[in-house]
Design a protein around this ligand. Structure first.
Ligand SMILES: [Ca+2]
Ligand SMILES: [Ca+2]
Ligand SMILES: [Ca+2]
Ligand SMILES: [Ca+2]
Length: 400
């Protein structure tokens, strides 16, 4: 028998005076703490031998059979589990601390904070996973189990997370009657659904129309004919593709025009010449970059102008002076902040004005009074909520 490997108690971590001393730290019948920490088979064999001789049994009250019910090769449940809260538009990222001796991790998910009814989401051999099947704005709870060839750990503590909606500038006045036309865009299929106000808001489906997985909508009236021009923007490389209504919807493809990773499209008529300016907004430094049509499309960079982490762009002409007003919307809280051009870009903050998790900002002039109406859309439920300026900004809700 060798006891040379036993230097510390696997339970309390203190140096053990005798080979069996660690048993006195451990409540009778417990299975967990010794598991996988120190000792392993060598410790058990040594202790079992001592128990068998009666020496250790007298000192600890343990028997050989107790020792062999200890799961000496068990795994600790992962700690430090974190699921991202609205950080990403395409996923929820789940991370945790690696567990010693684990070779694999099982990630579980539920819409309630209850591990017993959760479902296995995925398995991974690294201490992190992306949930790309999460619906926008839905709160999910996550758990992780560590795994190796012999056993699984218990569930970790839970953590909740949610996926942010994609920034979407897809609503516009496509038929030019002065009333905004609700529209949606699906990047997976490039399908668009436009509800023209002049056609009783009946859905017009445009299958495979424009865009794709890398593209988000960037619709605005770029040619100044009072009709919104369908447009898309790729964050990967700053490419813009626009179909100009004044030119028979001619396709204009502009690779590398403006923007890039971390920058969302925010085109609008900031200089009041009726032509929308291509523009982007970055959450990281609240910078707006605007290519002013009245200035030969030279780029004006405005770092720290408005917004920041958690705020999506929502520019529109809220004060009705013909100049778009920079604005941002926080999906987590429903907060809106406006810089009103008519009032020297006065900063108007409206906490919890409209929206919340799952809702994307889709401001536009839905009632045709030349004042943009704050609005949000939930792509999961199809619900639209609009504060109509002509109705004292009363909230209207409709599921389309
Ligand atoms: Ca219209
Ligand atoms: Ca146009
Ligand atoms: Ca304005
Ligand atoms: Ca309005």
């Amino acid at each position: 028998m060798s006891t040379s490997r036993i230097t510390d108690c696997p339970v309390c971590g203190q140096g053990a005076a005798t080979p069996w001393a660690w048993l006195t730290c451990l409540p009778r019948g417990s299975r967990g703490p010794a598991a996988g920490r120190r000792g392993g088979f060598g410790l058990v064999a040594a202790t079992a031998l001592l128990l068998a001789t009666g020496t250790a049994q007298a000192a600890t009250g343990w028997a050989v059979s107790d020792v062999f019910t200890l799961d000496t090769r068990g795994l600790s449940a992962p700690t430090g589990l974190t699921a991202s809260d609205g950080t990403y538009t395409d996923k929820i990222r789940v991370t945790w601390n690696a567990v010693s001796e684990a070779t694999n991790y099982l990630v579980y998910r539920n819409t309630a904070d209850q591990s017993s009814s959760s479902s296995l989401l995925t398995a991974t051999n690294t201490a992190g996973a992306d949930d790309k099947t999460a619906l926008a704005g839905v709160t999910y709870y996550f758990w992780v189990k560590a795994q190796n060839a012999l056993t699984n750990s218990a569930f970790s503590e839970s953590n909740s997370g949610w996926r942010r909606s994609k920034t979407t500038q897809v609503v516009g006045d496509y038929d030019g009657d002065g009333l905004a036309d609700p529209a949606t865009y699906d990047p997976a299929t490039s399908n668009w659904i436009v509800r023209l106000s002049s056609a009783g808001y009946a859905p017009l489906e445009l299958l495979g129309f424009l865009g794709g997985p890398d593209f988000v909508p960037a619709c605005a009236d770029y040619d100044g004919d009072r009709r919104t021009d369908p447009g898309v923007y790729a964050e990967t490389n700053g490419e813009w593709i626009v179909l100009l209504s004044a030119f028979g919807y001619q396709r204009l493809d502009l690779p590398g025009l403006l923007g890039g990773p971390g920058q969302s499209p925010a085109p609008a008529d900031y200089d009041g010449d009726r032509k929308a300016a291509p523009a982007v907004y970055a959450e990281t430094n609240a910078e707006w970059q605007v290519m002013l049509s009245s200035q030969g499309y030279s780029t004006l960079a405005l770092p720290g102008l408005l917004g920041g982490t958690g705020y999506a762009p929502a520019p529109a002409d809220y004060d009705g002076d013909g100049f778009a007003d920079p604005a941002v919307y926080a999906e987590a809280t429903g907060d809106w902040i406006f810089l009103l051009s008519l009032y020297d870009y006065y900063r108007l903050e409206k906490p919890d004005l409209l929206g919340g998790p799952g809702f994307t900002a889709v401001p536009a002039d839905y009632d045709g009074d030349a004042f943009a109406d704050p609005a949000v859309y939930n792509e999961t439920t199809g619900e639209w909520r609009v504060l109509l300026s002509s109705q004292g900004y009363q909230e209207f809700s409709v599921v389309l």
